[in-house]
Design a protein around this ligand. Structure first.
Ligand code: HEM
Length: 368
């Protein structure tokens, strides 16, 4: 037997470089000669986060790579799904870990906080990489001191982030992928026209129900009709390509008209076996957005508890800044918003038989 394939044995310690990792906790309080017990927890918690950020970014890079292909290989969509699912499970851990950090009391934190200035999680390069890869654009960021978020990095890291911003994010690639779906028109079937008809019929029925009921006063009826009118306008604005474009331009929406329609189609007809995976994929993006936002809120709450109204070590207003990022830094908000456009299954325009039979896994198709 050939010996070429033989590999040398390896020890747990050297494989995982345990000594390197466990000797990377240098307490500033010890350097200052004023040992603060909880600083060890503070350092290790942050380090564990950075390791998980590394794993998340590793998964995201591979998904971005696969979706960058001009024709997305069907097999890769399934793989992307399982990798995004892994990201979600890690994010759940990241949220839970805040509980470990919170076993440190605000007073314990004060034993070493003064030694940390101006270090801050704001300077986490991997966290920024993750946001950029997911699709958080610079012009949508809330920042502080009127400076871009990457001003806290050394030139090489700043350039790396700027270059990453120039590449397509997961959001961009999923948007492209959705835009390429040839679902929306098939022979005589025009999805938008059929859908709008169904929405009109649904709203007409609601109007009739409001008018016909004895339970509501005239005033309540009027209020409900006004609300129904607003819903109608909402549907009309989103479904109008020009208005939709204006809403994207003004920053009220991020997802393009065509991609929104494709996402809506996938949601409405997700019972078609062939749409199961695309539907799951869109759901994973929404879950990632949910978990990242939950982490932002939990972190902001923890900061409020630790610091009250004190400013952050990185110079922000602390809790106030973080709560604003939690509210504004959604990446896949328009995928959530598709729910607003859903109509009950009973109102769904039936798909023509030929269309259903031809409803293959068309996402690989490229619009020439
Ligand atoms: C006692 C615990 C913590 C406190 C008091 C705290 C405080 C803060 C504050 C005040 C900010 C705003 C920037 C600034 O002015 O410094 C911030 C940002 C940040 N922190 Fe923490 N933090 C804590 C723990 C953590 C942990 C465990 C992580 C995990 C990596 C983390 C990650 C971040 C990140 C990524 C940001 C930037 C958020 C953004 O700009 O959207 N923090 N932190």
């Amino acid at each position: 037997m050939s010996t070429e394939n033989k590999y040398s044995s390896i020890h747990y310690n050297s494989y995982l470089q345990v000594d390197k990792i466990t000797s990377a906790q240098n307490l500033r309080s010890d350097e200052m000669g004023l040992h603060a017990h909880d600083e060890m927890l503070f350092i290790i918690t942050h380090q564990v986060y950075e390791l998980w950020f590394k794993q998340i970014n590793f998964e995201l890079k591979s998904v971005v790579h696969d979706f960058s292909a001009r024709q997305v290989n069907e097999k890769n969509v399934g793989i992307a799904l399982s990798r995004l699912n892994r990201v979600i499970e890690i994010m759940k851990l990241l949220i839970q870990q805040i509980g470990v950090m919170e076993t440190m009391t605000p007073l314990d934190f004060l034993d070493f906080r003064n030694y940390l200035f101006p270090a801050s999680g704001f300077q986490s390069f991997q966290f920024r990489e993750m946001e950029v890869m997911l699709g958080l654009k610079e012009n949508r960021r809330t920042t502080y001191n009127n400076k871009p978020y990457h001003c806290v990095f050394a030139t090489d890291k700043k350039e790396a982030l700027e270059n990453l911003e120039k590449t397509s994010s997961l959001f961009d690639l999923i948007e492209d992928w959705l835009e390429r779906t040839p679902f929306l028109e098939f022979g005589d079937f025009n999805f938008v026209a059929e859908y709008q008809k169904a929405v009109r019929s649904m709203l007409d029925k609601e109007k009739e129900a409001i008018m016909g009921t004895d339970i509501l006063s005239d005033e309540s009826k009027q209020m409900r009709l006004t609300m129904l009118g607003d819903t109608n306008t909402y549907f009309a604005n989103i479904m109008d390509e020009k208005k939709h474009y204006e809403l994207v331009k003004s920053g009220h929406l991020t997802l393009s008209y065509k991609a929104t329609l494709a996402a809506l189609f996938i949601h409405l007809y997700r019972d078609e076996p062939i749409l199961h995976i695309p539907f799951q994929l869109l759901s994973k993006l929404v879950e990632i957005d949910d978990h990242l936002t939950t982490w932002r809120y939990r972190h902001a709450q923890m900061v409020m508890r630790m610091l009250g109204k004190k400013v952050g070590t990185g110079g922000s207003s602390g809790h106030e800044y973080l709560a604003t990022t939690a509210a504004n830094h959604h990446i896949f908000a328009d995928f959530h918003n598709v729910s607003t456009l859903l109509i009950p299954r009973s109102e769904l325009p039936p798909l023509p038989d030929l269309f259903r039979r031809n409803l293959g896994f068309y996402f690989s198709a490229v619009n020439e």
